[in-house]
Write a protein that binds this ligand. Structure first.
Ligand SMILES: [Zn+2]
Length: 281
């Protein structure tokens, strides 16, 4: 049985995940807000969130024989790891997560795994607004993820965060020969906002609506988010880290001058970052 308060929490978890949050952050936020779990306590773990994100019961199905009885006398049960067939009974009970949303979450999980493998990032989602670009800044030269370093750490006036190719500064010059390729942390957010506004201003409503016809559930979900933003006609003036989580796939550092923003609607926006110098706050 799924009670209404649980249904609300489950929905929130699915949508938070699709909006770019990771299981660690989702668990932290639920704990902070004191949202009760299945036993009434607010003890959320990332592993609980991960299990919930793949539980088929929320889309109305039931998987039979997830466990089986080994000993009928002691009633000992074991997890079925292929010893016995499993049966999926669809539409067994009312769903609280739409089938497409559930599928979108599974695709999003695969996307994150593939991204991390491709770029050599440790992970794709980091907890906290200061870390939204982590794992997503990619070297245009070697394809490795950039890492953020602090320069002049001992001098408060000169101290700044700078992004550098991990292949070059961690593993050595041989792995990536790119030079003068670093990105000032303060350049990223304004360039991202300009790129996103450019995309929304271009009035892609027709393009996005047509793309939905061919889209898988994940792209479809994302296209809806772009459409919702575009239709609201609000110019996004302030940088919000949440927008990076929701809309950015990666930002590729092409050269000293060019940042290439890949958005989750599959568009790419090239930004000349030298012209943003005057806008850094
Ligand atoms: Zn590189």
């Amino acid at each position: 049985m799924i009670v209404p308060s649980e249904a609300k929490t489950v929905k929130r978890i699915y949508h938070d995940f699709l909006d770019g949050k990771g299981s660690v952050q989702i668990a932290e936020e639920l704990k902070e807000e004191g949202v009760p779990g299945w036993n009434g306590e607010s003890k959320w773990r990332a592993s609980t969130i991960e299990r919930m994100l793949e539980n088929e019961k929320y889309k109305g199905d039931v998987l039979m024989q997830k466990t089986y009885t080994v000993d009928f006398l002691t009633r000992k049960r074991m997890k079925n790891e292929g010893e016995l067939p499993m049966y999926l009974i669809e539409d067994n009970h009312p769903a609280i997560i739409e089938r497409d949303t559930w599928e979108a979450v599974q695709l999003e999980k695969q996307r994150r795994i593939a991204f991390v493998e491709e770029t050599g990032s440790k992970k794709m989602t980091y907890n906290g607004d200061d870390y939204v670009f982590f794992g997503k800044v990619i070297c245009g030269h070697c394809g490795s993820a950039f890492g953020r370093r602090t320069w002049h750490a001992n001098d408060p006036k000169a101290r700044r965060h700078v992004w550098l190719c991990k292949n070059r500064y961690v593993k050595g010059e041989k792995r990536c020969r790119v030079k003068n390729h670093h990105v000032n942390d303060l350049d990223l957010a304004p360039a991202f906002m300009k790129g996103l506004n450019e995309l929304l201003r271009k009035n892609n409503i027709k393009k996005w609506t047509e793309a939905k016809e061919q889209a898988d559930p994940l792209l479809n979900y994302k296209l809806d988010q772009f459409l919702e933003r575009a239709r609201s006609h609000q110019e996004l003036s302030d940088y919000q880290p949440e927008l990076v989580r929701r809309f950015l796939e990666r930002v590729v550092v092409e050269d000293k001058q060019t940042l290439r923003f890949h958005f989750l609607d599959e568009s790419v926006v090239e930004m000349d970052r030298l012209h943003l110098v005057g806008q850094i706050r």
